[in-house]
Write a new protein. Sequence first.
Length: 409
Amino acid sequence: MENPSILCQSCRSKLVISLEASTANVFDSSKIDESFIVLDEKRPGAMGSKGMEESFIVLGSASGKMPGAHNQGGSSLQAPQNDNASFGLDAKLCALAQLFDMASTHTQVDHPLCLDCAAQLKDEIDAQIQDAEREIAAYSVAVEKLEHSNVAPLGVDEFHAEMAALKEAEEQESIDAVEERYWHDYNDYQLQLAHHIEERDGLLNKIDRASQRLQLLKNTNVYNDAFKIWHDGPFGTISGFRLGRTTEWDEINAAWGQAVLLLHTMSQACKLHFASCRLLPMGSHPRVVVDKRTTYDLFGPVNKLWSANYDRAMASYLACLREFGDFAHARDTAEGKQPSFVFPFPIEGDKVNNHTIKLTMNKDAKWTKALKFMLADLKVALQWMVKHELTSGTPTLTNLGHEGVTKKT
């Protein structure tokens, strides 16, 4: 016959109903038909004789007379139906199930429980009882103080008035707390705003300094620094080298080398190809190529009485300078700029401001003055090239004004 079983409603461990007659010794009773519940031997903590003796539920023989009841609370109760000898046990099981239902209803705790769960539940109930007892003691002390005090009880109107005052005070405290928190937040915001304004002013100052530096760099002309054209008494100078008679030929050659290099660089910057000749900047030994075949040296020393090739080289250079001036004049006219570009000293053939540039049979003072006029025209052409060509390729920046900056008083 299969033994019926029941589960603990807390830990869901299995409780086994034993039908062995030897279990009656646990109760020290001679009634074999007494039924009791023991833990399954497989349950942890139920091994050994101690577990068998501690976990049981006893029913009297009178419980066999109770009517059958259905099982509730999640307990699992199985009773054999085919064995006539188990009729008394079935009645006891029904009574047991009914007892579990009654216990669950009155205690609001599902039954049955194993000993461990029952002990844990007992500890929880004891703790609740102790808390309730402490509350009762506190209330008792408060009641005794009220009884021994001579304070008369408040009337209904006074009570409501005092309650209204207390509520108003509580609301005022809440408002004060909100206002205090608001002012704290406001002060924090003011500090953050001041820090932001200070940081913004610093950035704007950096932008101003960077803009000024950028404008300075934009106005800086590297050509003027590399090829500084000036004068030294009656002599015109370029990069510090004098150009004219009564000076050493090495200095004259260096000056012509700088002049050829500058005009060649200007033509490349403006993408201008000279039609009359081609300049060959070669340091202190510059040359001029005419008709793609003939090359003339633009360096000395040469004989003043017979220097035709040197004169042709200088005249070819002067022709290239005039061609650059015509190019600049045509560009300004096409763009509608007034006044159009013109040389301060007009160039006609081999003459600058009616002073010939040839050295042969020429006076030193006139030749020096013609070279000085030529350098003046070259400087004006350089200024035009820097203004019209280089600035057009420089990107313009937007106005970085102090928008939204409030002036501090």
